[in-house]
Design a protein around this ligand. Structure first.
Ligand SMILES: Nc1ncnc2c1ncn2[C@@H]1O[C@H](COP(=O)(O)OP(=O)(O)OP(=O)(O)O)[C@@H](O)[C@H]1O
Length: 392
């Protein structure tokens, strides 16, 4: 199982420029998480801080009991071996063919023989669908192939934690879907903890177990994907829907006068090309390809989320409960829920022509949810995590 990453109160600035402050989140072991955020909010800086390439001024990032923000260089070197990182552009060496690029970390960090290296390199290249392209130079292949080669290289040291910086950048929607599938398949195969940084809403909606967003130098939220996907937080709603109307502006945030002027223009009938439909709401999560094992992280995640279900906002509860299979419902002792009803108290204005998602739980449904922290049946999941203090 992948390692847990516990980030507490992390704060980073460059000189006088504050990037983000007091970021606290946990990447649960073996689960897939996505971090969203407008351009320039410091998502890449966050990834670099997690592997100790940048030093935050305050806070901790604890992996296997080691705080990588304050540990020795030697410890950091050891901890870094747990990571596989897919950088935005693949970060391949332009003068090396794909085989040598993928073999690089093995030659650099291990004492493996060339025949062992060959076995591992070919195995990972097969995993990402690049077998046969070993002798190509990075300049001779497409952007999607470069990403996959970067992923193969990130995998050769059998990482427990995989960080992906905008794996979709420069890829068309179809290649992005294939790459997303590859990451979910990988998670099913090796149970690694995965963090993906992206702007891609489709990836955010369909891939992760957990979803968070950076905005205005803070982590707006981080938790089960259903919480963010059904959130009424204006910045989240604007970002998910890709609208101009809202607190996010061209240079990250808007002043109130600009927001008021945009609202007035909209009210006067100006259509700015933003999508009519509100895409918020929980959609089915991407599953591993047929024939692959089920994701262990998925089971652990469901158990974890059911323990904290009663603490989550009602729309998120609704999304979680609706996505449970019949056998899940049995496991958690849930009755089939009656059809959801709309939320009468939500009267905030929506974008032009947008529909409010109908995702609130009825009072009767809420009454049917477990009232106290749920625990996995001991005989069916002996290794299920125990509730932690504060979970419920
Ligand atoms: N080494 C550095 N020195 C000084 N400033 C930096 C450094 N690295 C990043 N920054 C600044 O930190 C801010 C956040 O950059 P970062 O690349 O993390 O944003 P991002 O959210 O990943 O953006 P995008 O989505 O456009 O890739 C930017 O203003 C950038 O100029």
């Amino acid at each position: 199982m992948g390692a847990e990453v516990v980030v507490e109160g992390l704060t980073k600035s460059f000189g006088k420029q504050a990037i983000w402050r007091d970021v606290t989140l946990t990447l649960p072991p073996g689960e897939v998480s996505v971090l969203l955020g407008p351009s320039g909010t410091g998502k890449s800086v966050f990834l670099k801080s997690m592997i100790g390439l940048l030093k935050p001024e305050r806070g901790k990032c604890v992996i296997n009991g080691v705080d990588i923000c304050s540990c020795s260089e030697r410890k950091l070197y050891e901890i870094r071996k747990l990571f596989g990182v897919l950088f935005q552009d693949g970060a391949l060496f332009g003068s090396m063919n794909l085989y040598d690029n993928v073999a690089f970390p093995l030659r650099e960090h291990t004492k493996r023989s060339e025949s062992e290296i060959k076995r591992i390199v070919l195995e990972k290249m097969e995993m990402v669908g690049l077998l046969g392209a070993e002798s190509k130079l990075p300049g001779e292949i497409s952007g999607g192939m470069r990403k996959r080669a970067g992923l193969a290289r990130a995998l050769v040291l059998d990482p427990e934690i995989i960080l992906c910086d905008e794996p979709d950048s420069g890829l068309d929607p179809v290649r992005t879907a294939y790459l997303s599938q590859l990451l979910i398949d990988l998670n099913a195969q090796i149970d690694a903890t995965i963090l993906i940084v992206t702007h891609n809403i489709n990836v955010a909606r369909t891939v992760p177990d957990n979803l968070g967003m950076l905005f205005r130098r803070e982590l707006v939220m981080f938790g089960p994907r259903e919480v963010l996907l059904t959130s009424d937080e204006p910045a989240v709603e604007q970002f998910l829907n890709g609208r101009r109307i809202g607190p996010i502006g061209m240079s990250e945030e808007k002043d109130t006068a600009t927001m008021a002027a945009e609202e007035a223009a909209r009210a006067a009938g100006h259509h700015d090309g933003s999508p009519e439909e509100d895409v918020r709401g929980v959609v089915p999560q991407m599953q591993p390809s047929p024939g692959l094992p089920v994701r262990k992280g998925d089971r652990r995640r469901k158990d974890r989320v059911m323990r904290i279900l009663h603490n989550l906002p009602a729309p998120a509860q609704q999304g979680i409960v609706e996505s449970l299979s019949d056998s899940d419902r049995q496991r958690y002792g849930l009755q089939r829920q009656p059809a959801p009803v709309g939320r009468p108290d939500d009267t905030r204005p929506l974008g032009p022509g947008a529909q409010r998602p109908n995702h609130a739980l009825s009072q009767e449904s809420v009454a049917n949810l477990p009232r106290s922290a749920w625990q996995p049946p001991p005989e069916s999941s002996p290794q299920a995590p125990q509730p932690r203090p504060g979970d419920g």
